[in-house]
Design a protein around this ligand. Structure first.
Ligand SMILES: Cc1ncc(COP(=O)(O)O)c(C=O)c1O
Length: 416
């Protein structure tokens, strides 16, 4: 494996830890009199006690030392008690043993996408991915590079054979290889597909062959619509320390809290910590404390049970959308039935122009989907549309799909 320094983008090389932040870990030592940090005194904080009530009637209170911890500056990697919960959560969920040096709490997966691109990509570097791709990732990546090695996505996820072919070609022709491979293994946004386990193995072999990192962005892992257990993560199958994994609580707890975590090899997570030190110091201690109190109070089994209940809600909506698609869409519109996540990707006849359909018809027909070009690095996929079934009722889904069917019929009549 290449050394870390040579993988890093110029901007991230030789970064020094914040000399003051590095002292934080000594502050918890018994009997320490710290004249060091510039923290505000907790006696001046406004909160007396914070009560949080959850649906179902359970409640937790933040008070005393826990309240001070939640209100004060904290470590850049994780709120200590939440870090312990997450290590256990990750072990139970994925069978992967972490430790505090291999975990960094983030403001959602989105921050992890930005950090990965910040750390590894110079302007003349590229990132490998499949298309359609999550626009939030494209937006984060494009802050640093406009170069993408893109391969198709099919009903079994990223077409890894195509990736292998392209990377082999690039290597043979002496082209600079991508800095990492970006993948969404479950409930792909927008593709609504999962990456097959043998393709995960293949991806790891390709990464080993070309000495690449893999960024596993997995916010829909637990949004399972078929009641199955999640398949093995790429991280859990990695024996070489090539995977940076992003987990999110947005889809299973509350997205506005902005909380998720990155995990991976210690030297890579160290770079994530250095980024946090220089960008926002750490993810909100208050938000981390709320998640920790919830996980501790409810226990992980009850948390998983709550997530399963929500999956039943999404399953009903998925089924309503699939039924209505079957009823109202012309046969030459194809789609995959997702087993995870919140999206269905509709592929219309090639002659259709999804953006024009939305621009010209959505106001009259009162139905909105996202045109496919939003998910492409090169303005392709113009004949595709993403529909989400998360925020609507089954009745609205049926009516919406009926209107979408009308929109497609109008477009097909127009293009012949
Ligand atoms: C594939 C994918 N990655 C990342 C994110 C961002 O997740 P978070 O809310 O954890 O930042 C989303 C949100 O929709 C997503 O669909």
């Amino acid at each position: 494996m290449r050394d870390l320094e040579s993988r890093l983008a110029a901007r991230a090389r030789g970064k020094e830890p914040s000399p003051i932040r590095e002292l934080v870990r000594y502050m918890g030592i018994d009997g320490m009199i710290s004249l060091g940090g510039g923290y505000p005194n907790p006696d001046t904080f406004v909160f007396d006690r914070i009560d949080v009530r959850f649906k179902g009637g359970e409640s937790v209170a933040l008070q005393g030392s826990e309240l001070i911890t939640a209100s004060q500056y904290g470590p850049s990697n994780a709120h200590a008690a939440l870090g312990r919960e997450l290590i256990q959560w990750h072990q139970e969920k994925d069978g992967v043993e972490l430790d505090p040096s291999r975990l960094v709490v983030l403001n959602g997966c989105q921050e992890g996408l930005y950090i990965a691109a910040y750390l590894f990509t110079d302007e003349d570097d590229s990132i490998a991915l499949s298309e359609p791709a999550y626009p939030g990732a494209l937006s984060a990546f494009k802050s640093f590079t406009r170069n993408f090695v893109s391969v198709p996505l099919d009903e079994r996820g990223m077409v890894t054979v195509a990736l292998e072919g392209e990377l082999d070609r690039m290597a043979a022709e002496g082209e600079k290889l991508p800095k990492f491979i970006y993948t969404v293994p479950n409930g792909h946004n927008p593709g609504g597909v999962a990456l097959a386990t043998e393709r995960k193995e293949h991806l790891l072999r390709i990464a080993a062959e070309h000495d690449l990192l893999i960024l596993e962005d997995d916010p829909y892992q637990l949004v399972r619509l078929d009641d199955s257990d999640p398949p093995p993560t790429i991280q859990s199958m990695d024996s070489e320390g090539r995977v940076i994994r992003l987990d999110s609580f947005s889809k299973v707890f509350a997205p506005g809290l902005r909380i998720g975590y990155a995990s991976g090899p210690e030297e890579l997570m160290r770079q994530f910590v250095l980024f946090k030190q220089s960008s926002n110091l750490h993810t909100s201690m208050f938000i981390q404390a709320v998640l920790q109190k919830y996980m501790t109070k409810m226990g992980h089994d009850a948390f998983h049970a709550h997530i399963k209940d929500n999956c039943a809600f999404y399953r009903r909506n998925r089924d309503a959308m699939v039924d209505a698609a079957h009823e109202f869409l012309p046969h030459d519109v194809t789609y995959n039935v997702p087993n995870e996540g919140m999206f269905i990707w509709f592929v219309l006849p090639k002659s259709c122009d999804a953006k024009r359909m939305i621009d010209e018809q959505c106001e009259d027909l009162k139905v909105l989907l996202v045109p496919g070009s939003a998910f492409s690095t090169k303005g392709a996929l113009k004949h595709c549309m993403r529909a989400s079934f998360s925020m609507v009722t089954p009745q609205e889904i049926r009516e919406g799909m009926k209107r979408f069917g009308e929109m497609v019929a109008n477009e097909m009549a127009r293009v012949g």
